[in-house]
Design a protein. Structure first.
Length: 273
């Protein structure tokens, strides 16, 4: 992998992790265009990029993260959910949202990926599904609720678990599902990006185990230290930009443009599959 390939892939990951257009799908398309083969080196590079985007989330939403932990460790009665402060309820909702993706990720991820495959045809079909979901969310006008409930958090978590397929946008699926449920759009972008931090870090740890099994030096074959650093920095910088931008886009409800984009890219991917 050349440094400029790592740069472009890092930019793609940073932008598409937050924009509702599927980072996994676009990484698959980018790797196909560069002629990069699947293997441990691609897995290692993908893990680096995902860790970089998690760090960008923590940088952009650091105030919200600090608020959550301050509320958790403040003096309060842990008698009932409704009696807890907002930060603690928010943290509980994030934990609830992790349950579906934890089940799928730990027990069924390999089976799901083996059943559906990972070629451009699958990416294209999933991008069309993402486009459809975003379009439904744009035209649906349910009454918006002020706070995300535990039940809604679980349903949004199911949407995140289904988005394990390449081309099915995680952020697009979770945000669109929340909008269809009637949750307030000003809160959904922030919740969607915070809820993904634990699953991405957990997946990175599982992938790191696989990398260590083959040996780090073997897993880094084809990736120079310069390429790895450039890809990591690019994913982090553009992740920060996209995270902040997407939160504002969700507030304005302009998801239809991403639906059109996903439909076009999905159709092209299917044609060239």
């Amino acid at each position: 992998m050349e440094w400029f390939e790592a740069l472009i892939l890092g930019i793609i990951q940073g932008l598409t992790e937050y924009l509702p257009i599927s980072s996994s799908g676009h990484l698959a398309i980018g790797q196909a265009l560069f002629g990069l083969q699947d293997g441990e080196s691609n897995l290692t590079f993908t893990v680096l990029l995902h860790v970089a985007t998690v760090l960008s989330t923590m940088v952009i939403l650091w105030r919200e993260i600090v608020w959550i932990f301050k509320d958790i460790f403040s003096r309060q009665k842990w008698s009932s959910y409704s009696g807890l402060n907002k930060g603690t309820r928010y943290a509980i909702n994030i934990i609830i949202s992790m349950i579906p993706v934890a089940i799928v990720g730990l027990l069924f991820k390999d089976q799901v990926e083996a059943f559906f495959g990972e070629g451009l045809l699958v990416v294209g079909i999933c991008l069309l599904i993402t486009a459809t979901l975003l379009a439904f969310a744009y035209f649906a006008k349910p009454r918006q609720r002020e706070d995300i409930s535990p039940i809604h958090a679980f349903i949004i978590g199911i949407a995140q678990a289904i988005a394990v397929l390449p081309g099915l946008s995680r952020s697009g699926s979770t945000i669109a599902t929340g909008l269809l449920l009637g949750d307030k759009k000003e809160k959904l972008g922030q919740f969607s990006f915070l809820m993904v931090i634990p699953p991405i870090l957990g997946e990175a740890l599982l992938d790191t185990k696989d990398i260590l099994e083959v040996g780090f030096s073997q897993a880094m074959v084809g990736i120079s230290p310069l390429a790895a650093i450039i890809g990591f920095v690019a994913a982090f910088v553009f992740g920060c930009i996209a995270c902040k931008w997407m939160i504002n886009i969700v507030k304005r409800g302009k998801l239809i443009y991403f639906a059109i984009y996903c439909a076009i890219v999905g159709a092209v991917a299917i044609i060239f599959a």
